[in-house]
Ligand binder design. Structure first.
Ligand code: ZN
Ligand code: ZN
Length: 317
């Protein structure tokens, strides 16, 4: 990985070597170790139903927390909602262990500003177009940038709205507690449901550690794979794509080409057959009266940005 600073360092702050090594351990080594251990344990004695259900529930909370909370609500302001729902979505995003909301938002807004160009914190095209370059780029976009990037997006530059929000400030300060709860909650539930310490440890492993690793790699696959493989039915300045299987596991985030074409749109899957559970959740919140000012797809914009024959389906789910 290159050691040279990114050409456009505006709006960034340096990261100390100690913090970069902490990122390396927590965000790169630990998830890979957890996934490796999961394969070994599953091979030996399988995965119990209780742990599987706990992991799936937390996975669902996490993916919606990132997609609807951190991404569509806090980063792009695709809709507004009542305060308890906003806080709940931000907590659900925090439980995904991808950092405090303001930092996540700052990095992602910078990604949109410089997508696939110098200044993008995690473009898979950072190392060129050759096969080897793309392989390095995919690794960089998936997890490598946590360690190799020597500068972080400055929250004061990219997320001043969130720094001025008392709820988000409190949640950012409470992030270590939320992170601890993300592991302890399933462990305690596993222990209580099984009435045993074995249940505690096994839930901590499967619904805590392994779920954490899976959620991370699923989310980061949007940064890596959905800027390389898949369709590009819409005209954008970057190389974002729509990737169906990534959309499936990220609850709609894999419809990334439309997202870059119209970043504030609350619905990412806008073509026929593009299922978007995150948009469905926002629609449900709207129907309950808990979400409002939702930016649903604009048919005129959709038609204007369509670069290939496609069947637009602008109606929200
Ligand atoms: Zn992107
Ligand atoms: Zn975005």
């Amino acid at each position: 990985m290159s050691d040279t600073p990114e050409p456009d360092a505006a709006g960034t702050l340096p990261v100390s070597p100690g913090r970069r090594h902490a990122y390396l351990l927590a965000l790169v080594v630990l998830p890979f170790a957890a996934l490796g251990a999961a394969v070994c344990v599953a091979w030996g004695r399988g995965l119990g139903l209780r742990d599987l259900v706990l992991a799936l529930v937390l996975y669902t909370v996490n993916i919606f927390g990132i997609s609807v909370g951190y991404h569509r609500l806090l980063t792009h302001r695709s809709f507004r909602c009542v305060r308890p729902v906003r806080v709940a979505l931000a907590v659900a995003g925090g439980l995904a262990l991808q950092g405090p909301a303001s930092l996540w938002v700052a990095e992602h807004r910078r990604h949109h500003k410089y997508s696939d160009r110098p200044g993008d914190p995690h473009s898979p095209w950072a190392y060129g177009e050759s096969g080897l370059g793309l392989l390095r780029g995919l690794l960089h976009a998936q997890v490598g940038w946590f360690y190799t990037e020597r500068r972080r997006s400055d929250r004061a530059r990219w997320a001043p709205d969130l720094l001025a929000d008392p709820d988000i400030r409190r949640l950012d300060a409470a992030y270590p507690l939320i992170a601890a709860a993300s592991f302890l909650l399933p462990a305690v539930l596993g222990g209580a449901l099984s009435q045993s310490w074995a249940g505690f440890w096994s839930a901590l492993f499967w619904a805590g550690l392994v779920r954490y690793a899976v959620v991370h790699h699923v989310t980061w696959s949007v940064n890596s794979l959905a800027h390389c493989f898949g369709d590009r039915p819409f005209t954008t300045r970057d190389r974002s794509t729509n990737l169906r299987w990534v959309a499936l596991i990220t609850f709609g985030e894999g419809w990334h080409n439309w997202h870059h074409a119209d970043p504030t749109c609350a619905r990412h899957g806008v073509l026929k057959g593009h299922h978007d559970p995150s948009a469905a959740l926002i629609r449900a919140l709207e129907r309950l009266g808990w979400a409002h000012d939702v930016r649903w797809p604009d048919p005129a914009r959709l038609a204007r940005l369509t670069s290939a024959p496609a069947r637009p389906s602008p109606e929200p789910t």
